[in-house]
Design a protein around this ligand. Structure first.
Ligand code: SF4
Ligand code: SF4
Length: 169
């Protein structure tokens, strides 16, 4: 089964019906271009802890963009939080061009189906692309996850530290 089938048919898109995804500025700008009305997002927290998350449907706990068929209406533009799931990361700059990323893995059917190693490699590739394009997004992701309390999830399966070097940092 393809990952999208596992999510929609086997798992019934459980993660799209739980904690709303936290948005980086880049996520917000990208999705805003697709969405004319303003009902799709919510602001949570205050001051420095304020962050934007995707809204829930009025009549359910489902993500605003989850279709009746259990698919994501903005799949290719979905937030970084959704692209990485079931992996989360925390980032620390340890020296001038070196970062420490600690993985937290949320157990879900996709973790079994794709394997942890494949998920980590995929997420690492996405992170490397972001580091090359606009590293601020990684820090925005982290701030958004803290503000939205996305890091308070429990039952993490696995943790690992990796170092990623940015050229030209
Ligand atoms: S990522 Fe995991 S929890 Fe989310 S829909 Fe897919 S299988 Fe389910
Ligand atoms: S944006 Fe898409 S992938 Fe992310 S929670 Fe909503 S429906 Fe799921």
């Amino acid at each position: 089964m393809e990952p999208v089938e596992i999510c929609s048919k086997y798992c019934k898109s459980k993660c799209c019906k739980s904690t709303p995804p936290a948005l980086t500025n880049n996520d917000f700008d990208r999705i805003s271009k697709l969405q004319e009305n303003k009902n799709w997002f919510n602001s949570i927290g205050q001051g420095e802890n304020k962050t934007i998350v995707i809204a829930k449907r009025e009549d359910s706990n489902n993500c605003y963009f989850l279709s009746e068929e259990g698919l994501c209406d903005i799949y290719s533009s979905r937030p970084l939080d959704c692209k990485l799931f079931p992996l989360f990361f925390k980032i620390n700059k340890i020296k001038e061009n070196e970062y420490n990323l600690r993985w937290l893995v949320w157990y879900c059917p996709l973790t079994d189906a794709k394997s942890l190693d494949v998920l980590k490699e995929e997420a690492k590739t996405k992170i490397e692309i972001i580091l090359a394009e606009n590293p601020d997004q990684l820090f925005e992701y982290q701030n958004a996850m803290y503000s939205s309390q996305g890091y308070k999830k429990k039952h993490f399966l696995y943790e690992e530290r990796l170092k990623i070097k940015r050229s030209g940092d």
